[in-house]
Design a protein around this ligand. Structure first.
Ligand code: GLN
Length: 317
């Protein structure tokens, strides 16, 4: 598997996207998590990691930020490996909710069962389904998987974690509803706590690109050579990302960019071009669905410059 894209073209696309999108304004930092409201909104990083392990970056690509919802992809990988694709699909689903990422209504409309691992409900269900002897063992497995996807030791931010654990009452309500629906596989408050921790780890834009490149390369981190997820499970992950990775803007993203992606309310976004590379962006101001405005613009620009949309017909414009 080799990237058909010349390194010079990737380098130019990353530099151009960073330069052109610096002026893209609009959006607001997430404020329902107090810590996130305090992050500098002008921070802006772009990075690409290719399936042969080359790294391209521009701007604030080494500044750390909260992983947030992008953690849902990693935890999905762990639960998918533990349960197998069929059982994972049966328990957690693969359909978009069409509703915001923290929607209670989505649960109410579906007998308190999740539809997808990429919104809060399904993510907490997936966290609870990770096989473990106890709470801390479950946490170590999830943090270990984040580290292997990123290719370096990822750490928890005490400041972000405290900010989230003391304000996550809405997610706790969702966890209890999941318990009602029979979709919690550990104590619901324990699952909510571990889910909140997994959102509160620190990554940079290059880490996000490495995580995406691990999927682009069929489950092997192309920088470390570590197999992080089975090749057979990667298409299931990319399908979930396509359907719900940008919440209620997932369809718009498929229409305009055409790559499986995942965003987080910390301002991170990663998109995967299977067999080729992953593109990541980071900037805190979010649109009303919870996706970084500047990162969407930059990742979209790189994808367009390199003609990466999955729905393109090869050889045609
Ligand atoms: N920790 C956040 C929450 O649970 C993550 C949400 C997100 O990034 N969309 O609300």
């Amino acid at each position: 598997m080799s990237p058909a894209i010349a390194p010079a073209a990737v380098e130019t696309a990353v530099a151009d996207a960073h330069r052109d999108c610096t002026g893209v304004n609009g959006g607001k930092n997430a404020s329902y998590i107090p810590y996130l409201a305090s992050v500098d909104p002008s921070l802006f990083g772009v990075a690409v990691v290719t399936v042969d392990g080359q790294v391209f970056e521009a701007g604030d690509s080494r500044v750390e930020f909260a992983l947030e919802s992008i953690s849902k992809v990693v935890t999905m990988a762990v639960a998918l490996e533990d349960l197998g694709a069929e059982e994972f699909h049966r328990r957690i689903g693969a359909d978009p909710t069409g509703l915001p990422f923290n929607s209670v209504m989505a649960l109410e409309l579906n007998d308190d069962m999740p539809l997808t691992p990429l919104v809060n409900a399904g993510a907490m269900s997936a966290t609870s389904a990770v096989q473990a002897d106890d709470k801390e063992h479950r946490w170590r497995r999830i943090l270990g998987a984040q580290s292997r996807f990123a290719g370096r030791q990822i750490t928890l931010s005490d400041a972000i974690n405290t900010s989230e654990q003391t304000t996550n009452t809405h997610n706790r309500a969702i966890a209890w509803l999941l318990q009602c629906g029979g979709a919690m596989y550990s104590d619901p408050m324990e699952a909510c706590e571990i889910y909140t921790r997994q959102c509160s780890t620190l990554v940079n834009t290059v880490d996000l690109a490495a995580m995406g490149a691990t999927l682009a390369a069929g489950g092997v981190n192309p920088v470390t050579g570590d197999r992080v997820v089975s090749a057979v499970n990667v298409p299931h992950m990319l399908a979930e990302m396509t359907m719900e990775g940008l919440y209620t803007r997932s369809g718009d993203w498929a229409y305009t960019v055409g790559l499986p992606g995942k965003s987080g309310v910390g301002g991170g976004l990663v998109a995967v071009a299977p067999g080729k590379l992953a593109i990541a962006g980071f900037s805190p101001p979010l649109d009303s669905a919870g996706n970084s405005v500047r990162a969407q613009a930059a990742v979209g620009q790189v994808a367009a410059a390199l003609k990466l949309g999955l729905f393109r017909v090869p050889g045609l414009p």
